[in-house]
Write a protein that binds this ligand. Structure first.
Ligand code: GLY
Ligand code: MN
Ligand code: MN
Length: 457
């Protein structure tokens, strides 16, 4: 390192790097095997995985927050290393071309350090031109995996993101390694600390903006380090599924709080939702009912279960909650078939979770790329696979007053099954969602989220 360059400090929150260090070599073996297979099927000899490049605002010299290629992160816990490359040739030690620009305008990546370094042949470069010398000479035998916004970053590799290889890698990422599960337990613990701080801020009557700040402080994330924009919603805002507006003032009357907020460790996300009542006991009772429903659905998670069936089963269970809460009347079949439950719960039961919050491969039937479509009437279901051991996924049923959807039930067979007085009552509370992160076991499940809340209590 030359004098005068300020390098990034390690703001890594993980206090468990010894555990991760022990698990990492086996993880890397799995990643290597997936790439061996992908290269074989793609008829190529080398995989070149590009971390990505910064994107700039139109007509401006301001860059958007850098988001690394998830495939790059699957190899290494390096989230802020643009213009770097992994070169993998089966049977050889993977090479990392580590780009450390000479730059006095910005903080630059520090020296490579951490439990992963011993597994790589690391070549630190200080200019893009230097990269070429570290790539395999025969570019025709390479595939490049990553987003190429500037052709110069492909260094003459023509085969960029070949579908055959990507399908294999995406399908494989559906199953988590021990290392990935350890990262996700840590990110869950981190997010739970934020949820507890946010709940306390809500009890103190804070505005959404201030609850958000309490959350970020507790998880030690800047906004751009969060795996997704926090949903911090008071009262009727809870009915906006992806509400990310943050009111600066608290509402005059406080009724409810829905928080959907995550955290990450080494790029692996947690995605957790909780809902709280301020004082209203009828609303508190409805939250308790949905919590009970959510736990019943979680109890069904295990290898061999079809997630589509679980989603449909959730709608049947929801119909009972709607009837008991005087929001609807009719049999489960009627309420599901006429679209009443879908109007109250218009999103999917959940999704795969990993490096990406909505992780890749949720609709894949196999590594060939065949797709399992969501069932008719449920287009937003992001996971349609049969569950396998060590998948991690969310279970996130909800129940909302979304007038845009409920109004569509007027003048249909569903209209008489909605108890509109109940809807009037619920509207000012917005809605409820309860979301846990769950690992599939051969004969059961691990609820990462409930475990972390219990450990924190
Ligand atoms: N936070 C986004 C989701 O729950 O899917
Ligand atoms: Mn969520
Ligand atoms: Mn989710």
């Amino acid at each position: 390192m030359k004098h005068g360059m300020i390098v990034a400090m390690n703001n890594d929150y993980s206090d468990q790097n010894t555990e991760l260090a022990g698990l990492y070599p086996a993880h890397l073996d799995t990643v290597r095997q997936r790439h061996d297979h992908a290269l074989d099927k793609a008829g190529a000899s080398h995989a070149v995985i590009f971390s990505g490049s910064s994107r700039y605002v139109f007509l401006d010299d301001m860059a958007y927050t850098f988001k690394p290629n998830a495939h790059f992160v699957s190899w290494l816990p390096l989230l802020d290393l643009p213009l770097s490359y992994i070169v993998y040739t089966p049977g050889e030690v993977p090479r990392l071309i580590y780009y450390q620009p000479r730059d006095y305008w910005h903080v630059v990546p520090g020296e490579p350090e951490g439990y992963w370094t011993g597994q790589f042949d690391i070549r630190v470069v200080h200019s893009i031109e230097e990269v070429a010398a570290h790539l395999p000479g025969d570019r025709q035998r390479c595939i490049l995996i990553g987003e190429i916004n500037d052709a110069a970053h492909a260094f003459g590799i023509d085969r960029v993101n070949p579908t055959t290889a990507l399908n294999i890698l995406h399908y494989g990422r559906g199953i988590k390694t021990g290392y990935e599960l350890a990262c996700m337990r840590l990110s869950t613990r981190r997010a739970v600390a934020g949820h507890l701080a946010a709940a306390a801020a809500f009890r103190e009557g804070k505005a959404e903006f201030d609850i958000h700040r309490a959350y970020c402080q507790a998880v030690s994330h800047t906004d751009s380090e969060l795996p997704y924009g926090n949903i911090i919603a008071l009262n009727e805002h809870s009915a906006v599924l992806h509400y990310t507006h943050l009111d600066r003032q608290p509402p005059r009357q406080l009724r409810s709080f829905l928080i959907d907020a995550g955290a990450q460790v080494h790029g692996y996300a947690a995605d957790i939702t909780r809902t709280y009542a301020h004082k209203d006991s009828r609303f508190a009772e409805l939250i308790a009912r949905l919590d009970e429903l959510q736990l019943r659905v979680v109890q069904r998670v295990q290898a061999g279960i079809d997630y589509v069936e679980l989603h449909i089963e959730t709608h049947r269970l929801l119909s009972e909650v709607l009837v008991d809460a005087k929001l609807a009347r009719g049999s489960a079949e009627t309420l599901v078939e006429t679209g009443v439950t879908a109007a109250f719960l218009p999103h999917g039961l959940g999704h795969l979770l990993g490096i990406q919050v909505h992780d890749v491969g949720g609709h894949m039937q196999g590594e060939s790329g065949a797709v399992i479509d969501p069932p008719s009437g449920h287009p937003y279901l992001r996971l349609t696979r049969v569950l396998e051991e060590n998948m991690t996924l969310t279970i996130e049923p909800g129940l909302y007053v979304i007038d845009m959807l409920l109004d569509k039930l007027r003048d249909t067979a569903a209209e008489d099954h909605v108890l509109w007085d109940g809807v009037e009552w619920l509207r000012p509370f917005g809605g409820i969602r309860i979301e846990d992160n769950v690992r599939v076991l051969a004969n059961g499940r691990e609820n990462l989220t409930r475990d972390a809340f219990s450990a924190a209590a």
